[in-house]
Design a protein. Structure first.
Length: 487
């Protein structure tokens, strides 16, 4: 938190100095940011015109190619992993193996019970004390260990419980569609009606971006419930380790080599979403920074056609936004007015306000289509998306300081408070600066009111995020042993 306060303070101070000494530079920055925001927003809005693909039920299969299920684990609770393995070992597909690779877990209490369970179920278990490359490194080790006859690899997270027909559906679909990667949506068993906003925010990526990318055979894999042709994975050198979102980076590599990907909007399993605001932000921060790493690689890659590259850009930027500069300009302008500076920066302020309003309008329509305009899901999903918008505004800036960051696991099982007081920092900063302006400069009430209203809007979104994390924790307690047959 101290680093964030220091970073925010120094950035605000720098912008104020630029506003005072080089106002024309701020004009230029505000305009360029607004143009990029409009360009990205237009691309996102064009996806409103795309049509959802129909889900065709899987019919009987003539052959059953070998599938290797890879489940890397790192310090997960044994009882959770055992439930995942129990479900995976009862699939109705006749030709598959399961490889469990425990890595970077020194505590034997975490992995030894899993090893014992695997011995009783003929599941291949391996424990590596140290693996480089985080999750990608573990998955690459699985590639070296899998059966030589493997034709497809199916990645499953440690907390995901598969339906009995998951592999039958996946293999039938990938062979019929003649693609090299097939991605399925992520659903959660610790989500209930009261946590629908965060769930809708998660789902909007699949319902909006992955669905639309099907038109260009370009949906990016998302790490779990991904069925991948083994030969395609070999040809790109295995799982990439240069990004902390190895799944998205793999998708870029596959597309650049001419391989085809697809998305099937059918539930074949459920996992666990984060149960605290802290871990939710850890997960989202990894997605934002890792996807920005992949975006930098994508800009230099040749995907064959502009449409495919454009769809990849839109998927990689789904959690990223360009609100950082507008928000800083609004705050800087407020403080400048409080301390009696001139109004010559009114134009950049107006551009900033317009940029903020345009962004939220676009996101409102996107979440609307994703939820099929169901009023409750639409509103709560929009608030869920907004609550994490500040992360999307600033997290990717860190790439300019260091282009690499360590992979931080999402601890879905730790003893964390489900709510976070620190997450209200930005809303309170906007509210307080707006009130300060209203008190000291009553004649500029419009500027103060905008900051207060924006801050209250973000505060409301954060409040519902924290409330839903509490409900998600409660749902987890009653759903730790779901009935697999009812998935």
């Amino acid at each position: 938190m101290n680093f964030k306060l220091l970073f925010t303070g120094l950035t605000l101070a720098a912008i104020v100095l630029l506003l005072v000494n080089f106002p024309s530079l701020i004009w230029l920055i505000a305009l360029l940011n607004a143009m990029l925001l409009m360009l990205l927003g237009t691309g996102r809005l064009l996806l409103l015109l795309s049509k959802n693909t129909e889900d065709i039920p899987a019919q009987g299969m003539e052959s059953y190619p070998m599938v290797s299920i890879h489940i890397p684990i790192c310090s997960e609770p044994p009882e959770v992993v055992i439930e995942t393995l129990t479900a995976a070992s009862h699939l109705d597909y006749p030709n598959y193996e399961i490889i469990v690779l425990s890595n970077n877990t020194p505590q034997e209490a975490y992995w030894k019970p899993i090893e014992n369970f695997c011995k009783s179920r003929n599941i291949r278990f391996y424990h590596y004390p140290k693996i480089e490359g985080y999750k990608a490194g573990a998955l690459n080790e699985c590639l070296a260990l899998m059966d030589a006859s493997t034709e497809y690899i199916f990645t499953v997270d440690a907390d995901y419980k598969l339906q009995k027909d998951a592999l039958s559906i996946a293999v039938k679909r990938i062979t019929d569609s003649k693609v090299d990667v097939l991605q399925f949506p992520q659903h959660y068993f610790n989500s209930n009606y009261e946590s629908i906003g965060i769930r809708a925010d998660f789902n909007h990526y699949f319902n909006y971006y992955s669905e639309s990318a099907n038109e260009f055979s370009a949906p990016l894999p998302t790490g779990t419930l991904s069925l991948i042709a083994a030969e395609a994975l070999r040809q790109v050198g295995g799982w990439p380790t240069e990004s902390i979102t190895e799944d998205a980076q793999l998708g870029i590599k596959l597309l650049s080599k001419g391989f085809k990907t697809s998305y099937c909007n059918r539930r074949i399993g459920r996992g666990m979403m984060p149960t605290s605001s802290v871990e939710l932000r850890v997960q989202r921060s990894r997605w934002i920074f890792g996807n920005f790493q992949s975006l930098m690689h994508l800009l230099r890659a040749n995907l064959g056609c502009f449409g495919k590259k454009g769809m990849a850009i839109l998927q990689l930027t789904a959690w990223i936004n360009l609100l950082g500069i507008p928000l800083l300009i609004v705050l800087s302008f407020n403080f400048m007015q409080v301390f009696g500076f001139s109004n010559e920066m009114l134009f950049p302020y107006k551009i900033a306000v317009i940029s903020i309003l345009i962004h939220y309008c676009i996101q409102f329509f996107i979440i609307g289509k994703s939820t099929q305009y169901s009023i409750h899901q639409h509103i709560m999903g929009f608030l869920g998306n907004t609550s994490l918008g500040i992360l999307g505004a600033f997290k990717w800036w860190e790439y300019a300081i260091t282009p690499s960051q360590p992979f931080k696991r999402t601890d879905k099982f730790g003893l964390h408070r489900p709510y976070s007081v620190r997450s209200f920092f930005w809303p309170l900063l906007l509210i307080s600066s707006g009130f300060l302006l209203l008190v000291t400069e009553p004649s500029n009430f419009g500027f103060g009111y905008f900051s207060v209203l924006l801050g209250l809007f973000l505060f409301l979104a954060k409040f519902f995020e924290n409330y839903q994390m509490v409900k998600s924790t409660q749902a987890q307690k009653v759903s730790m042993n779901p009935n697999i047959e009812k998935l």
